[in-house]
Design a protein around this ligand. Structure first.
Ligand code: GAP
Length: 479
């Protein structure tokens, strides 16, 4: 089993080898922090997105989904505060010209301290950083970096510029002739598509507060330090929900959504000790309370989801900038007001990395007589890219025809995979490597009594079942 430092590298290599995730435009040597999902990665991604969508819309009484465009009127981002505030403090190393987000630079150094057995110093350093960031004391941050002799990974020197703010939004031109073209932004979060549609959805859906609007979709950020595979990307996907509430009730709803979202994480079969809440010290420009749900990735505890109490910041500003009334009439209070908002915001790609990290297992299966091992992805069946593999034992004597009949009976209900090539053991191992929870083999006995061998991925146990039970067994595990 690879240790934690090597585990991320092993996952990256496995994802490439088995068609989950490739570097973008790899034939041109890739594009930094941009990735493409392959045949199994895209299925896994879709399954996670669908699971989130179902939990957050279909299974809720009062949450509906939308799909807003990526391009939005540029004033959206003025109103949301992103033009003025969506920036991170950065520092340049004057020798290598490399630019770092100061919190990532300091956190990286703290990780090194911790790995070297100097945990108390690492904690003290992070606490000092949090305090300085909370007051935007950039001179203090620079001094902290210099006092700790934190150096650049490329030049090895500590020859730093002053700390400056750097906006993370990408811009592009809308219009066919460059002179008439207007500058617009690629959305850095999906949330604003929900805010600008708040009244459209509330009125057409006749929704009463409290209610929510959910959406999944691409977001873009010009991350300066983009690394750790799909953990921090420049183009990524978010799954967000804005929950509209009465002003003054935000504390209760914030706690409510913290609990609901943690339950969702636990429902993925991931143990509670792999998660923790992390309260924000420095709040985003729109929030009056915020925390992250952190998961213990191979590189340590890191944010996977944010829960934010966004007050009426967004709707109030959109009302002001658009000069369109965005108030809600509360029939119970007989009052008009701008609702407050609790947001849950989870990165789909980060969730994929979390699910992969949890599922990836290198297993030693050696016996005294024989060395053996396998790599298995123990995905929860409902998230697995392929649910059922169907194998004829041999390519003759009518076995493929029977196997293909099973395939045609099952493929309309869930994703199946059919293969005739290679020894059966090899075929099972390939299914382990992509995380297929069930494999069935059609053999000569099938021709006599219509039973097949079903093999379970995690236990590797095999049993004989009537072939007309296959669908039921699989469906029980994936619904
Ligand atoms: N609307 C609120 C918002 O966008 P955020 O904490 O900036 O909040 C929410 O982002 C989630 O989006 C994060 O918890 C993370 O999972 C994901 N995310 C943010 N930046 C990302 C990036 N560069 N690459 C991958 N995922 C990212």
């Amino acid at each position: 089993m690879a240790n934690d430092q090597l585990k991320l590298q092993a996952i990256i290599a496995h994802c490439k080898e088995y068609g989950f995730i490739f570097p973008s435009s790899e034939i041109y040597d890739g594009l930094s922090a941009v990735y493409d999902y392959g045949q199994y990665g895209s299925e896994l991604k879709k399954n996670i997105r669908d699971y989130w969508w179902k939990s957050m819309t279909q299974l809720q009484d009062n949450i509906v989904g939308i799909d807003a465009a990526i391009f939005m009127h540029p004033t959206t981002w003025k109103a949301s505060g992103h033009v003025d505030n969506f920036s991170d403090p950065m520092i340049d190393n004057k020798d290598s010209q490399k630019r770092y987000r100061v919190d990532h630079l300091i956190e990286g150094y703290a990780d090194e301290l911790e790995a070297g057995g100097r945990k108390p110093e690492a904690e003290k350093l992070l606490a000092a950083m949090d305090a300085l960031l909370a007051t935007s004391d950039f001179a203090g941050i620079k001094k902290l970096i210099e006092d700790n002799k934190i150096s650049c990974g490329v030049s090895g020197t500590a020859n730093w510029s002053d700390v400056r703010q750097f906006n993370l939004m990408f811009s592009t031109q809308l219009g066919s002739v460059s002179e008439d073209a207007g500058e617009i932004w690629l959305r850095p979060e999906t949330a604003q598509g929900i805010f600008v549609n708040f009244l459209n959805v509330q009125k057409t859906g006749r929704l009463k507060i409290p209610f929510g609007i959910a959406q999944t979709g691409k977001a873009f950020r010009n991350e300066i330090v983009a690394r750790q595979f799909i953990f921090r990307m420049r183009e990524f996907e978010q799954m967000e929900m804005q929950f509209f509430i009465r002003p003054g009730t935000q504390k209760e709803w914030y706690e409510h959504w913290k609990q609901v979202r943690m339950q969702w994480h636990l429902s993925l079969g991931i143990p509670a000790e792999k998660y923790r809440f992390h309260d924000h010290v420095k709040l985003a420009h729109y929030a009056d309370a915020a925390c992250d749900i952190e998961y213990e990735f191979p590189m340590g505890f890191r944010e996977v989801e944010g829960i934010h109490s966004r007050t009426d910041f967004d709707l109030k500003n959109h009302q002001e900038y658009s000069r369109k009334k965005l108030t809600y009439f509360d029939p119970e209070l007989n009052q008009h007001y701008i609702p407050y908002v609790i947001e849950t915001s989870i990165g789909l790609d980060r969730t994929i990395l979390m699910v992969l990290s949890e599922a990836y297992l290198e297993q030693d299966l050696s016996t005294p007589d024989k060395k053996d091992s396998r790599v298995v992805l123990k995905f929860p069946p409902r998230l697995a890219p392929v649910k059922l593999a169907i194998f004829p034992l041999v390519k003759k004597d009518g076995l493929p025809d029977v196997a293909k009949t099973i395939l045609s009976e099952c493929r309309g209900h869930f994703r199946c995979f059919y293969e005739e090539k290679d020894a059966i053991g090899k075929r099972y191992r390939r299914m382990d490597a992509i995380g297929t929870p069930f494999s069935v083999t059609v053999d000569y006995q099938t021709m006599e009594d219509q039973t097949v061998t079903i093999r379970y991925r995690d236990s590797m146990l095999q049993e004989r079942i009537p072939s007309n039970m296959i669908r039921e067994i699989v469906e029980k595990q994936i619904l």
